[in-house]
Design a protein around this ligand. Structure first.
Ligand code: KG4
Ligand code: ZN
Length: 336
């Protein structure tokens, strides 16, 4: 049987990414052009700068992916693209490139939700087994997503304020660490001790929602108070205390939801899935369940934004006959 080949494009934030995925689970090519260096000096992603970089990089990255795969557009079955959520100007570059490719080569077009992509990064590691629970932790999202089947997403909990990656980046900026701060806090946390007693927002008893703005403010206030008293606090200990609070709540709620919904798998997804502390704590927590409840964690390059994950999610949409029309638009607030 002929293999299904999907060329996928992702430009929702600050990575211009193109991948070619075979049968929804095998990476044939995976190219990511990161813009981090350009945004670093501003302490965060500047949307206009991001769009301009995407324009410059888009065709180069598409060419590179095809070359890596030793394929031409004739071999490709469908073109997939992240349609949202994300920065509208950034998304538009990817959506228009995908439309142009699909139109010029007469290929079907598939629009993919960015978070569906993050979840499907796990499919590049292992076959999904339903029902499953995904913990989605990124710069823009913190969600617990329940799935009974492919491409059916039920958000059972979400953040009421900051996304966890956003809290990481803000705390990092307060300590004086460069953007993106998540990996720096993670590294520091491993060199310190969680000596500070920071709040944990468990919210109502049965809620799977999250809240991180109180914790973020507690870190900022602690730093401020310590400075005012002329004392010092080790950034390593502050990072370790912050990270311990975040991980406690994320892992605690994931375990509770996994038990309540009696799932077969727990998947970790999104940029913050690269966090060493979170990966280790989840592994420790789910190890005793052995084969009854399988934990899947993607390798680091598939945690942060990439197009391979978009291709993996697109494969299921493609098989179910889902096609986007040529008037597909970028949707910065797209719901899962
Ligand atoms: O998924 P992603 O690449 O982009 C969005 O869709 O938002 O996630 C980016 C976020 C940033 O906030 C970054 O600081 C965070 O992921 N991040 C981490 C780590 N690596 C990336 N946060 C904590 N620990 C890490 N090791
Ligand atoms: Zn992302």
């Amino acid at each position: 049987m002929k293999k299904e080949l999907i060329l996928a494009i992702e430009t929702s934030c600050d990575e211009t990414a193109v991948a070619i995925i075979q049968d929804g689970k095998e990476i044939i090519a995976n190219v990511v052009a990161s813009q981090i260096e350009s945004h670093k000096r501003f302490g965060g992603v500047v949307p206009e700068v991001a769009s301009r970089h995407h324009v410059e990089q888009m065709t180069i990255v598409i060419e590179e992916a095809l070359q890596q795969a030793k394929l031409t557009m004739d071999d490709i079955d469908a073109v997939a693209v992240t349609e949202g959520p994300g920065l509208v100007g950034a998304l538009l570059i990817g959506v228009n490139a995908a439309k142009a490719l699909a139109f010029a080569h007469n290929k079907p077009l598939i629009g993919v939700h960015h978070i569906a992509g993050h979840i499907y990064a796990n499919r590049l590691v292992k076959e999904m087994q339903f029902p499953l629970l995904a913990l989605v932790v990124s710069g823009g999202h913190t969600e617990l997503v329940y799935m009974e089947d492919h491409i059916t997403f039920e958000v059972i909990g979400e953040t009421r304020d900051d996304a966890v990656g956003e809290a990481y980046d803000k705390v990092a900026r307060t300590i004086g660490l460069p953007y993106p701060g998540g990996p720096h806090i993670d590294r520091l946390a491993h060199e310190g001790e969680p000596t500070l007693d920071l709040p944990r927002a468990w919210l109502e008893k049965d809620s799977f929602d999250f809240s991180f703005s109180g914790l973020k403010s507690a870190v900022i206030n602690t730093l401020h108070n310590v400075k005012q008293r002329g004392e010092e606090i080790k950034p390593e200990d502050l990072a370790a205390s912050f990270q311990a609070s975040v991980i406690d709540v994320l892992v605690g709620k994931t375990l509770k939801a996994a038990e309540k919904y009696n799932v077969k798998q727990v998947l970790l997804a999104g940029g913050v899935a690269a966090n060493r502390g979170l990966r280790e704590e989840l592994q420790k927590t789910f190890e005793p369940f052995d084969k009854q409840l399988e934990l899947i964690i993607p390798p680091l390059p598939l945690c942060t934004d990439n197009a391979a994950m978009i291709g993996a999610a697109a494969s299921e949409l493609y098989k179910s006959g889902k096609r986007a029309a040529m008037d597909l638009n970028a949707n910065p607030g797209l719901m899962l």
